[in-house]
Design a protein around this ligand. Structure first.
Ligand code: CP
Length: 302
């Protein structure tokens, strides 16, 4: 896997994904190391981020590496009209690996095709968010002791949610039963559903989440994403479609856990946070261990 790029979750085989999860377990046990002390990693965020950018930067720092980059492109020569191609070719001269989030779908694939150093896609528009998927898989494994034969419910923006797209595709390797809960306007795209159908897995679609809660192992909540709507009135109409409250959690399986890639707006009430079934802050912490594992593997240290 040395020098591979990670643009789409399917760039890694199931075995390669599991190798990252296995290494993440070791980093969770021993997170402070110096294996990246001779490396410079570029962190290029053309779109806002809290968890992905800062957990990558935390992972790099805890491994002794150095970071160059930006958290918004307005202070760079992109503002003067520099192309993505020239930006990537330039920054590849300054770094050993590039982590990039960009609002344009396909931008990470393009970058990986022209870059002499590996590219990690930290989210490209509504398309893919493969490192989130690796940490989601890790979180599922940590809470369920298996990835196989689970019932996973996805709730919210399944149309534009890149974390949903990548995770659905990855879970197709594990005989998952999918429960897809969304407003009719935000159903899972057929291009993603195709992966479920190709594996002959079961999926069920709903508009309300109450009925799925008693039957699921993992409830994967997502935000209705204002920034993906061209019509603000449509967003206003459906923005409050889901709001998970503590009193909705009376009848759940023993192993039930709530995940959310975050940020949340109001789809999970804060009265759920103290519940032991709420796992989303631990999930965000898992991002550090998984990104430590990924960087170490792509730079040839594992
Ligand atoms: N999960 C996630 O991508 O969060 P950020 O947008 O804060 O990076």
């Amino acid at each position: 896997m040395k020098n591979k790029s990670l643009v789409s979750i399917n760039d890694f085989t199931k075995e390669e994904q599991l190798r990252v999860l296995e290494a993440a377990r070791e980093f969770e046990a021993n997170p402070v190391q110096t294996i990246l002390k001779d490396h410079v990693i570029a962190s290029l965020f053309f779109e806002p981020s809290t968890r992905t950018r800062l957990s990558f930067e935390s992972a790099i720092s805890r491994l002794g590496g150095k970071i160059v980059g930006f958290s918004e492109a307005s202070n760079t020569s992109v503002k003067k009209g520099e192309s993505l191609r020239d930006t990537i070719l330039t920054i590849a001269n300054y770094s050993d690996l590039i982590v990039m989030r960009n609002p344009i779908e396909g931008s990470a694939r393009f970058a990986s095709e022209i870059s002499p150093v590996p590219i990690i896609n930290a989210g490209d528009g509504s398309n893919q968010h493969p490192t989130q998927t690796l940490l989601d898989l890790y979180s599922i494994l940590q809470t369920q002791d298996t990835l196989d034969n689970l019932h996973v419910a996805f709730v919210g923006d399944l149309k534009y949610g890149r974390t949903v797209h990548s995770l659905v595709i990855a879970l197709c390797n594990y005989n998952t039963t999918f429960h897809l809960v969304s407003p009719v306007e935000l159903k899972l795209p057929s291009s993603v559903k195709m992966h479920i159908k190709e594996k002959n897995l079961a999926y069920h679609q709903y508009t309300s989440m109450e009925e799925v809660i008693p039957n699921t192992d993992i409830l994967y909540m997502t935000r209705i994403q204002k920034e993906r709507f061209s019509d603000p009135l449509e967003f206003e109409r459906i923005k409050n479609s889901y709001n998970l409250h503590k009193d909705m959690l009376v009848d759940t399986k023993e192993n039930f856990k709530i995940l959310h890639p975050m940020p949340r707006v109001n789809e999970i009430h804060i009265n759920v946070d103290e519940d032991p079934r709420a796992y989303y802050f631990q999930q965000a912490l898992n991002g550090v261990y998984v990104r430590q594992a990924l960087l170490s593997i792509l730079l040839g240290y594992r």
